[in-house]
Design a protein around this ligand. Structure first.
Ligand SMILES: Nc1ncnc2c1ncn2[C@@H]1O[C@H](COP(=O)(O)OP(=O)(O)O)[C@@H](O)[C@H]1O
Ligand SMILES: [Mg+2]
Length: 423
């Protein structure tokens, strides 16, 4: 039997916020297996994933890999951490043993014989230390990540901080897997104006009628983008509690490498199917997903992949689509222009035609005329608010030439998308 053939060479303890829920094992080949502790089998709300409900039998590699691999950063960041820790990039349990203390959602992973420090540890964070956090070269950044044990997914350098409640500019650096409340990203050389771009992108998404995570610049350093984590709440004692969140790859059963894959990756149909199954209000969330998809297209975001959408489990266990995050007009940079999730059956907007709405209707389980109505509304809203958004971004973050390019791109994308609405 598969279960008995599994020869574990590494074990990690898995906690959901502060509760020890199970053990993640890996074998020599890197296959994973996850087993719930007997002590939590009667508590379905402590499941590590909607796809891995409580059961005594271990969850094998196919499910465990999807749940846990998606917690790791991707691309270059994963490679740098792997290099600095002498692990292979594909060694999921090895990497999570080093940096899996503070992840997206409520899971925190610890090597055998270790436990999350109680209470969690923090150190003060000044504007100078924030500068140093981001100024470090790649290998040093990997070392910092070992000290903080932060494994936020995504492909950009980022730091999670604890913004002290009721203060405008007091932050702490979470150490050793301590939970934080804000996620900070900085500009990178390859993508000039990324911070301005994301501020404007998020603001346009909000204008399109999609709930977004709170976004701003960091109060210590206005060149750093900051978003408030929707998967964290501060309780009455001032302690940060983790809510569980799972991204579109996790809920539709794909590892992170599939995020750009078609047809062997997530699709709007597979995310819609997951929403129908798990969301407490699948109709509203389905429409929100459609609105999000359309808004991303006209904002010029060609990086709206399945990891940039999540579900959020509330404290009472209710599941809803999470607020939008990571909205950037990528068309202003010389990178891939294909849509990561096919829309109306197309991966290139140049292929869009009025006939595609029949396909969109199937993808999102709505009528074609309703989908077109939503599109019309999203375009109108984005176009109406565009100038204000760009102006407000300058007020928040100062001027940057990227904003004019974002503005021009959004105008062109809106006009092109509108042609598909012609009768
Ligand atoms: N405001 C937020 N609240 C909670 N989780 C978030 C928030 N913003 C991003 N995340 C999580 O962090 C991950 C990385 O952030 P993201 O902004 O997507 O970075 P990148 O630009 O590197 O892709 C996301 O995939 C998501 O899981
Ligand atoms: Mg992202």
């Amino acid at each position: 039997m598969a279960a008995s053939a599994f020869n574990a060479i590494r074990r990690l303890g898995v906690w959901k916020d502060t509760i020890h829920v199970g053990t993640l094992e890996s074998d020599q080949t890197g296959r994973l297996r996850f087993t719930y502790l007997d002590s939590v089998l009667h508590r379905p709300e402590l499941a590590v994933s909607v796809r891995m409900p409580m059961r005594r039998t271990p969850w094998e590699d196919a499910e465990a890999m999807v749940c846990f691999e998606n917690l790791l950063p991707e691309g270059d960041i994963r490679s740098h951490i792997a290099q600095a820790t002498h692990l292979a990039s594909k060694d999921v349990s090895g990497l999570l043993g080093v940096i899996g203390g503070e992840c997206a959602g409520a899971l925190t992973l610890w090597p055998d014989m270790m436990e999350p420090p109680e209470p969690p540890r923090y150190e003060s964070c000044s504007s100078q230390s924030l500068g140093e956090l981001f100024a470090t070269a790649n290998t040093q950044h990997a070392l910092l990540q070992q000290r903080t044990r932060q494994a936020m997914s995504g492909a950009q350098d980022k730091v999670v901080l604890f913004k002290q409640p009721d203060t405008a500019d007091r932050y702490l650096l979470p150490l050793d897997g301590a939970p934080g409340t804000v996620l900070c990203k900085r500009d990178r050389g390859r993508f000039p104006g990324l911070v301005h771009n994301e501020l404007a992108g998020m603001s346009l998404m909000e204008a399109a009628g999609v709930p977004t995570a709170a976004y701003s610049v960091n109060a210590l350093d206005a060149t750093v983008y900051e978003t408030t984590r929707f998967d964290r709440v501060v309780d009455d004692t001032g302690r940060v509690r983790r809510l569980h969140a799972e991204d579109g790859c996790q809920i539709s059963g794909y590892t992170s490498v599939a995020k750009y894959a078609d047809p062997r990756g997530p699709s709007y149909q597979s995310i819609m199917a997951a929403l129908r199954r798990y969301s407490a209000d699948a109709i509203t969330d389905g429409e929100r997903l459609l609105r999000w998809a359309i808004a991303n297209i006209i904002i010029g975001n060609r990086d709206a992949h399945a990891k940039n959408i999540s579900i959020l489990h509330d404290l009472d266990g209710t599941i809803r689509l999470a607020p939008a995050y990571d909205v950037i007009c990528t068309l202003v940079y010389p990178i891939e222009t294909m849509l990561p999730l096919p829309f109306g059956g197309h991966r290139r907007t140049t292929g869009f035609t009025p006939a595609m709405w029949r396909v969109v209707a199937r993808e999102f389980s709505v009528t074609a005329s309703y989908a077109r109505e939503i599109a019309d509304d999203v375009i109108t809203r984005v176009r109406t608010h565009l100038d204000d958004v760009l102006q407000r971004t300058v007020t928040v973050a100062g001027p940057h030439d990227v904003l004019a390019r974002v503005g021009d791109t959004v105008k062109v994308e809106c006009a092109h998308f509108r042609t598909t609405l012609a009768e």
